[in-house]
Ligand binder design. Structure first.
Ligand SMILES: [Zn+2]
Length: 600
């Protein structure tokens, strides 16, 4: 069985932790373990409490005027419980306790990256339908190796060398279904990342803006109509307002985790410990420092409020949509990892900013007149060096350099087939979880693609840190190879889009990562697939737990059901937010069954 549940995986460390003589590491891991154990215990308690009040919830009958979908990039499901002691009453805790939440929301694919994740959230479809298979991929029809929101014909305003649109996404999104059913509904999206805003907004939205690193402000592309407020948003919410701001650590003992871990990377222009300072505007690190700090979240939510006011969102009875992509959590998460003080302190600030935003919506739209959905595009794994060096028993964790790995494949093929393709490689592109064999290598060598693919796959699984590799054709044929389980095959198949997916698909082992980022994601394991899912507000039952396992692809059909509108054939299913289920059934769903075997 290859699933690695976060809780289960952490429990594996118990023996190592108990023997650990390094007190700092002990404290960090103790905190992790403690919070994760608490997560398990409180989940069970919550199920019991829920069973007592399963039939006493209240459903708000008010129709929603505004749906706000907030994706906290790289937010893992366990953060909600783990950071709960430092959260206030009016942010995440309020949405969870007064809304309908799923403690078991899992992505059902391998390519847990930002582009595919944000495409899934509001289309209800996996990459096999959206075509957004990973962040960068080869698109056969256009013979282009593309970034997921690339479109040469839609220049970015203020950065015309870049072109951006949802051209490569092949499915409609929630906003498109809303517009089809409600004339006059406004569909908007904003993010610090272009890909998050564009993919959640869908095909024919109204205003979509994102932070542009060249023009240093919010912008859009010519694919969209130019918001009448585009200039004023950057004047009203100036990018340079955070010069010399100092981000201080605030979390008191005993909740605060260790700040000084040698495996962390540095804050942009700074170091690994608090306080972290935003430099002067002339400093080349200003933008990265700002956007990697809570000030970046503040900047984003100020801009979100500005859009709500300017576009009069939620002011009539036509439901509007605002999708918000919070990217700071991902920027900082990659540098410091999920067990860091920085990520902990960031979520404290995210919670405060969320509380302020909820109060703002209460006063401008009205309580019970808007709906909020909280989720994430993917989770994140621990820093492998950290995971490996905690305790006395070495954990199988590590990182693989992609360039060196591809070179080793070339050397192997040259030796095996006694054909020297070097200096030209056999591989045209390597984008985990897929690899493209070069057409010219097939032609020059005279060896079939299938034989090369089999040879590469066999070589890959013998390398340190690789768990699975096979040809995409084998996966399309539904072949279950030795050491593979059906669920994993399904996860890979959900990522296959003909004409875009490469010739081989593969995965690292748990706790192994590609590349130099301190912590990262993109695997089929639970630390990458398990994300938060909370519905709150108009049309949402209060204080319920959604039965069984859920999937971010269920968000679109669930919201469509609340709005009473239809949608196309998609992967997700509408959720029963009433959570009406017996205690026994809840227990069976959560504890006894594999939560990820939901039939689709
Ligand atoms: Zn992401």
């Amino acid at each position: 069985m290859m699933h690695f549940i976060i809780i289960g995986a952490q429990n594996c460390h118990i023996f190592r932790i108990l023997q650990n003589k390094n007190f700092k590491s002990f404290m960090i891991f103790f905190y992790s373990l403690f919070t994760l154990m608490k997560f398990t215990i409180s989940l069970i308690i919550f199920i019991h409490l829920f069973s007592l009040q399963a039939f006493s919830f209240n459903t708000t009958s008010t129709k929603t005027k505004l749906i706000v979908v907030i994706s906290y990039d790289q937010m893992r499901a366990d953060y909600l419980e783990r950071f709960s002691p430092i959260f206030g009453q009016g942010g995440f805790r309020k949405l969870e306790s007064q809304g309908s939440s799923s403690p078991l929301c899992f992505y059902n694919h391998v390519s847990n990256m930002t582009c595919p994740g944000h495409a899934i959230i509001l289309t209800g479809c996996y990459p096999s339908k959206t075509g957004i298979i990973t962040n960068d991929f080869f698109d056969s029809p256009s013979s282009c190796f593309c970034y997921c929101v690339e479109d040469d014909k839609s220049p970015v305003i203020g950065n015309e060398k870049q072109g951006r649109s949802p051209l490569l996404m092949k499915t409609p999104a929630l906003g498109d279904f809303i517009k089809k059913n409600f004339k006059g509904s406004k569909i908007n999206a904003i993010s610090l990342k272009d890909r998050a805003a564009i993919l959640m907004a869908g095909q024919k939205p109204d205003n979509v803006v994102w932070f542009d690193w060249k023009s240093k402000g919010f912008t859009t592309s010519t694919y969209y109509k130019k918001p009448k407020w585009l200039q004023s948003i950057n004047q009203s919410i100036p990018f340079n307002a955070y010069v010399n701001k100092s981000w201080e650590a605030e979390i008191p003992s005993p909740f605060a985790v260790e700040d000084n871990s040698k495996y962390e990377q540095t804050f942009p222009g700074g170091d690994i410990t608090f306080p972290h300072t935003i430099p002067s505007i002339e400093d080349k690190n200003y933008a990265e420092a700002l956007l990697s700090s809570p000030y970046g979240v503040d900047y984003l939510f100020k801009a979100s409020k500005f859009i709500i006011e300017q576009d009069k969102l939620g002011k009539d009875n036509k439901p509007d949509l605002l999708a918000i992509g919070v990217s700071t959590t991902d920027f900082l998460g990659h540098l410091f990892g999920p067990d860091s003080r920085e990520v902990q302190e960031l979520y404290l600030q995210c919670d405060r900013i969320l509380e302020d935003f909820i109060k703002y919506l209460d006063s401008t739209i009205g309580q019970d007149s808007y709906t909020i959905v909280i989720t994430s595009d993917h989770g994140v794994g621990p820093i492998p060096e950290f995971a490996k060096n905690v305790g006395t028993m070495p954990l199988d964790a590590g990182r693989i350099d992609e360039r060196t790995f591809v070179q080793s494949i070339d050397t192997y093929l040259n030796t095996t087939f006694k054909k020297l393709i070097v200096p030209s490689s056999w591989i045209s592109a390597f984008e985990p979880p897929t690899l493209y064999i070069k057409d010219s290598a097939i032609y020059v060598s005279g060896i079939s693609k299938a034989e090369i693919a089999d040879s590469i796959s066999a070589f890959m699984v013998r390398q340190q840190g690789i768990s699975h590799a096979t040809s995409t054709d084998n996966l399309i044929a539904g072949m279950i190879l030795p050491g593979w389980d059906k669920d994993l095959v399904t996860k890979f198949r959900n990522d296959i889009f003909p004409g875009r997916t490469g010739d081989i698909m593969f995965s690292v082992k748990p706790y192994w990562v590609w590349g130099p980022k301190a912590a990262t994601h993109g695997t089929p394991y639970d630390y990458d697939t398990h994300v938060p899912l909370i519905f709150y507000g108009a049309g949402i039952p209060k204080n319920t737990v959604i039965k069984g396992s859920t999937d971010p692809a269920d968000i679109l059909p669930t919201l469509c059901k609340i709005l009473g509108i239809s949608y196309d054939y998609i992967h997700g299913n509408p959720l029963d937010l009433t959570g009406k289920t017996s205690k026994d059934q809840q227990y069976q769903d959560i504890i006894l069954k594999n939560p990820r075997t939901k039939k689709r």
